[in-house]
Design a protein around this ligand. Structure first.
Ligand code: PHE
Ligand code: ZN
Length: 885
């Protein structure tokens, strides 16, 4: 089989979902030496000639036929060593092409015809804004030609692109451009030769009328790489930041891991509606939103994401492209590791504040996934559709697992381990075991219990007990995995520091020796004794969130206030703040259920007022302080709770915001109106980022008061604030204030920015996140807005992604309209053959945690999807998993 783990037949008969299984992986029977691909490119009709040089793998069955994968292809011809094949020799199946009676070594030549304009799947070869472009990961090349489309088949590629010279002046692929000629018929032709062996999923091509900006990156060794960013001509003036971002990432990777860029030409291409961001060898592809950046049109959060994702795709050049995955079950090998690398890259730029962003992302989508029906190990065991592996668990928990190894080994040994892994497996397709083996060698330890993180699904809970003992304190840490009570214990690193009640840091030793700042939970229960601690000392555990676990509450309010004010680890302060606010919101929501009215009279507002003073005195810490003042959103409020109290939490959360907004109004206004230093408006200016993030959080508290003065302030900022960040943040606040200025601000914003697609997308996002009464009608009406185009992935992301994934209130409309709309969208994507179902469903997957009426409405929507005839195997598999649990 071309497919490493083809669907087996033992699916349960009622659902008929076919599953691919990890254990079914077998090496391919052949080896692919070289690939020649010739494209006669045209949006309406493209002809592809693929010549594959193959030989039988030593040890493979002599009689084994050659099986290639392919889907939705028009096959024009197949030739074996230059001769037509006889009828009995070749068989075309639903998604395969099989050739029998092959010699030891041979060349297969296939011609296929495609209609790129009609390909709406976002995979294979398709058209975006007139440009022809590919997306091959995970299995897109088999939508172009019959191919061994699996990541463990690596080959050298030579690619010839022929197209009309006027319509497609720019023709790009991987590697070096070795030939270029004009043809007499108005077409031109270029040849790209990639010296690096690569898997099919990182093959890429682009043909279009694009502008470019260029520069170079010079490494300390003297090596120089030519850099380019390509974009439609109207957007090229916003590409300078991206060009510099890729150079920054290259130099960081060299400085941190000693990894130099190995290609001579490294290009980024930005196209409207490209589905995500892709690490094709030397030819990274992006949506416009992944590249265009300028204070005029880009918010700080977007710039941060652009900086990080450009680095991510570049970092894949080593962790992914040079060393790749044996099969898709190993996806976290490249994605978890590369996500960890992009996170630490930004950590280095922003200091510890960025860890809070990472943890928030984990809490929002990964923790619920790990606790819910779609939980799976970071190295999954099975899938119905390969596309469903691109989950928060594989990426975010995968990165956390790498981070834990970094914590356990320390930075120096971790880096040595990564280098050893890359050197030993260069040019290979390997499994996560090889990575952990390298870590074990570098750390000088076997990591046996640690490896279970790759195998066991579900989020462990850690219970903490403290006891005064012999002038010190004993800590007992107990781990449990509720979803799998028989699970074996994992290695869990716990970073620790201690404070006295006045906030002084203490430095106790462990009675039995060992690192007092790092406890390893290695068994079901681990007990350590700290000597020399006052009995009321406050522990700060899991600093930096040193493991992706649920930490059971173990501190009282006074202890949390000590950490909020004095902890040195930003996450520890943030976690204390979130704990204080979460407890207060949950308590008020519960009281309101029993008929009491909401009151935050007992809330320690003064502790939060002091954070605003601190922000005034220490501008450098504003990025952290802003996070400390941010009132927790739903995923935090319901974290670890059996029941999601959407209405209660929302009402109590709004009331807490309003209480803070009222009580701290003068300070909040001062923070919002702080003009900052000259020049801090530049993207990635750390001081400016902190100031604006603080302003946004403060404005959000004021917006909960929502009086005329606040509405006017927001309106004025939407119209006249100096940066897009400030304009957008004000708009996002105003959409939830019931005031005539809301519509006027929305209209003014879109009038001014309608020609900037990335800003138009933001305008949809701001509205899709609205939660005030009536928001759902206004949001749903946006579907028929003339500027909305459901075919455009970037706009889909802005409206549908924001609403289904991030709007934790309006999505749960009491009439169930949010759920029905999601069902419609899932069915629409499925009809188009577009992936995305797993990505859009982090909320509805939690349906059993909601009120009975909502449960019924969500179940109806899911059942409608499951019951639709002609549904794909993948979508059915996913929806059935939600329903079956
Ligand atoms: N490999 C891409 C990344 O860098 C993700 C991706 C997968 C993009 C599939 C498009 C399609 O994470
Ligand atoms: Zn990636």
């Amino acid at each position: 089989m071309a497919d490493p783990s083809h669907p087996d037949g033992d699916a349960s008969p009622d659902t008929a979902v076919r599953l691919h299984r990890r254990e079914a992986w077998q090496p391919w029977d052949h080896e692919l030496e070289r690939v020649e691909l010739a494209f006669e490119l045209d949006a309406e009709c493209t002809v592809v000639t693929a010549s594959l040089q193959l030989h039988r793998r030593s040890g493979a069955d002599q009689a084994a036929p050659l099986v290639l994968s392919g889907r939705e292809l028009t096959l024009l011809s197949v030739m074996l060593d230059g001769r037509e094949l006889s009828d009995g020799q070749v068989a075309v199946g639903d998604r395969t092409l099989t050739v029998h009676g092959l010699p030891e070594r041979f060349e297969l030549c296939l011609r296929t015809r495609l209609e790129p304009v009609r390909n709406l799947s976002g995979r294979g070869l398709f058209v975006l804004g007139g440009t022809l472009v590919t997306q091959m990961e995970p299995e897109g090349l088999s939508r172009v030609t019959y191919f061994p489309d699996r990541p463990d088949v690596l080959a050298r590629y030579r690619v010839t692109l022929t197209a009309d010279a006027a319509r497609y002046p720019v023709l790009l692929s991987n590697g070096d451009c070795t030939e270029r000629r004009e043809l007499p018929d108005g077409r031109h032709q270029v040849v790209w030769d990639d010296p690096f062996r690569k898997p099919s999923y990182v093959f890429g091509l682009v043909a279009g009328d694009l502008a470019a900006i260029r520069d170079t990156c010079r490494f300390p060794s003297g090596r120089e790489v030519r850099l380019a960013v390509y974009a439609p001509v109207g957007h090229i003036r916003h590409c300078r930041f991206a060009l510099e971002a890729v150079r920054r990432a290259m130099l960081w990777d060299e400085a941190t891991y000693g990894l130099e860029c190995d290609v001579n030409d490294y290009s980024l291409v930005a196209l409207p509606g490209f589905p995500g961001a892709m690490e094709n060898k030397g030819l990274n592809l992006y949506d416009l939103a992944g590249v265009l950046a300028d204070t005029e049109i880009t918010t700080d959060d977007e710039a941060l994401t652009i900086e990080r994702i450009i680095a991510h795709e570049y970092f894949h050049n080593w962790t992914g492209n040079r060393v790749t995955c044996r099969d898709w079950f190993q996806l976290s090998l490249k994605e978890g590791l590369t996500r960890f690398r992009d996170q630490t890259y930004i950590d280095d730029r922003l200091g510890g504040a960025y860890r809070i962003d990472t943890v928030r992302a984990l809490l929002r989508n990964q923790f619920p996934e790990d606790d819910g029906p779609n939980r799976h190990p970071i190295r999954p065991e099975r899938y119905a559709d390969v596309e469903e592996l691109y989950t928060a668990t594989v990426y975010e928990k995968g990165a956390e697992v790498i981070r834990m190894m970094h914590t356990l080994l320390g930075p120096a040994r971790f880096t040595a381990g990564v280098r050893d892994y890359l050197a030993r497996h260069d040019g290979q397709a390997v499994t996560t075991d090889e990575f952990v083996d390298a870590m074990a060698r570098a750390g000088g330890r076997d990591l046996a219990a640690f490896r279970r993180w790759y195998v066991q699904a579900g989020r462990p809970r850690v219970h903490v007990e403290r006891q005064a003992q012999d002038g010190g304190i004993a800590l007992t840490l107990t781990q449990t995995l509720a979803v799998a009570p028989d699970a074996l214990p994992l290695t869990i690193p716990v970073r620790v520091s201690w404070f006295d009640r006045s906030g002084q840091a203490l430095s106790p030793q462990l009675a039995d020796g060992g690192d007092p700042a790092l406890i390893e939970i290695a068994a079901a229960a681990t007990r350590v004794v700290y000597a020399d601690l006052p009995p009321d000392a406050v522990p700060s555990l899991f600093e930096g969130l040193s493991a992706p676990v649920g930490i059971e509450p173990h501190l009282d309010s006074d202890e949390r206030l000590v950490l909020l004010a004095h902890a040195t680890d930003p996450w520890a302060r943030w976690n204390a703040a979130q704990g204080l606010m979460t407890d207060a919101i949950r308590a008020q929501a519960a009281a309101a259920r029993d008929g009491a009215s909401l009151s935050f009279a007992d809330f320690p507002i003064q502790a939060f007022a002091r954070l605003l003073d601190e922000a005034q005195e220490a501008p450098d810490s504003r990025l952290v302080l802003a996070e400390l003042l941010r009132v927790p959103d739903e995923p935090v409020l319901s974290d670890g709770q059996p029941f999601i109290d959407v209405d209660g939490h929302h009402a109590a959360r709004t009331a807490l915001r309003a209480s803070l907004g009222q009580a701290l109004r003068p300070q909040l206004l001062r923070a919002v109106q702080d003009l900052g230093e000259p020049g801090d408006g530049e993207l990635m200016h750390v001081g400016g980022l902190g100031r604006r993030r603080l302003a946004a959080v403060c404005l959000d508290l004021l917006a909960a008061v929502g009086d005329d003065e606040v509405a006017r302030l927001c309106h004025e900022r939407v119209l006249a604030a100096p940066t897009m960040t400030e304009r957008f943040d004000a708009l996002a606040c105003l959409v939830d204030i019931e005031h005539p200025l809301r519509q006027s601000a929305l209209d003014a914003f879109i009038d001014r920015w309608r020609d900037h697609p990335t800003v138009v997308a933001k305008w949809f996002t701001a509205q899709a996140l609205a939660r005030s009464p009536g928001a759902i009608e206004r949001i749903m009406a946006l579907q028929i807005h003339p500027l909305f185009d459901p075919q455009n992935m970037a706009l889909g992301l802005a409206l549908l992604g924001s609403f289904f994934r991030q709007n934790r209130v309006a999505f749960h409309d009491a009439q169930g309209r949010g759920y029905e709309w999601l069902a419609d969208v899932l069915l629409m994507l499925d009809r188009l053959g577009r992936p995305g179902a797993v990505w859009l469903t982090p909320q509805i997957s939690q349906w059993r945690r909601h009120l009975p009426e909502r449960q019924a409405a969500m179940r109806r929507a899911l059942e409608r999807v499951a019951g639709t005839a002609g549904l794909s195997n993948g979508t059915r598999g996913l929806v059935m998993r939600f329903l079956d649990e």
